[in-house]
Design a protein around this ligand. Structure first.
Ligand SMILES: [Zn+2]
Length: 155
C-alpha cells in the first residue's frame, strides 16, 4: 500500500506562518482537493517543524542538477551530505558542489521531481489530483503570507 502526498511549503526554508494564516491556507487547500467517493478521502494536515526538514519526493526523485553549471549532481554525495547535516537540523544548507566546486544552498539545487527544505508544510494525503496550478499556488501564498512551492511524493 502506497500513498501520494502533495506538500506545499514556503519558498524560504526557515519561514513559518502564524497559526491563523496556516488555517486559512488549509481551508483553501481543502477546497482544491474535493473528495471523489471512488477514491480515498484526501486529508490535509499542517506541520510546524522545530528545525528545517527535508521535504522529499520519495521514489519520485530521478535526478538532481546543479543550478550553476547544470551538470548532474551525484545523488550518493547528496544523500551522504544530508545524513551529515541532519543532526544540526539542516541549520546550514550551504554546500560546495562536487560538479563545479561552486557554492550553492541545497535548497536551490534543481530537483527532478521537486524536493525542498522547510520548517512548515501543508501536507495533502491522497490528493486525488495532480500538481496545483500556478494560480492555485498564488492563492495559497496570499492566504499564508509568503510565496510557496510544491513537492509531490510517492511513499
Ligand atoms: Zn555545478
Amino acid at each position: 500500500m502506497s500513498d501520494d502526498v502533495l506538500s506545499v511549503i514556503p519558498t524560504d526554508p526557515w519561514w513559518q506562518p502564524e497559526a491563523s494564516q496556516a488555517e486559512r491556507a488549509r481551508g483553501l487547500v481543502t477546497t482544491l482537493v474535493p473528495w471523489n467517493p471512488d477514491s480515498i478521502e484526501p486529508e490535509v494536515s499542517l506541520t510546524w517543524h522545530e528545525s528545517v526538514a527535508l521535504v522529499d519526493c520519495g521514489a519520485n526523485l530521478e535526478r538532481i542538477t546543479c543550478p550553476r553549471c547544470e551538470n548532474e549532481v551525484d545523488t550518493d554525495w547528496w544523500r551522504a551530505l544530508l545524513d551529515d547535516r541532519y543532526e544540526d537540523g539542516f541549520n546550514d544548507l550551504s554546500a560546495v558542489l562536487p560538479c563545479c566546486g561552486r557554492q550553492s544552498s541545497l535548497a536551490d539545487l534543481h530537483y527532478d521531481w521537486p524536493c525542498g527544505f522547510a520548517r512548515f508544510e501543508i501536507e495533502i494525503w491522497n490528493p486525488g489530483r495532480s500538481w496545483l496550478t500556478e494560480g492555485e499556488l498564488a492563492a495559497i501564498a496570499a492566504e499564508i503570507g509568503h510565496p510557496v512551492r510544491q513537492v509531490m511524493a510517492h511513499i
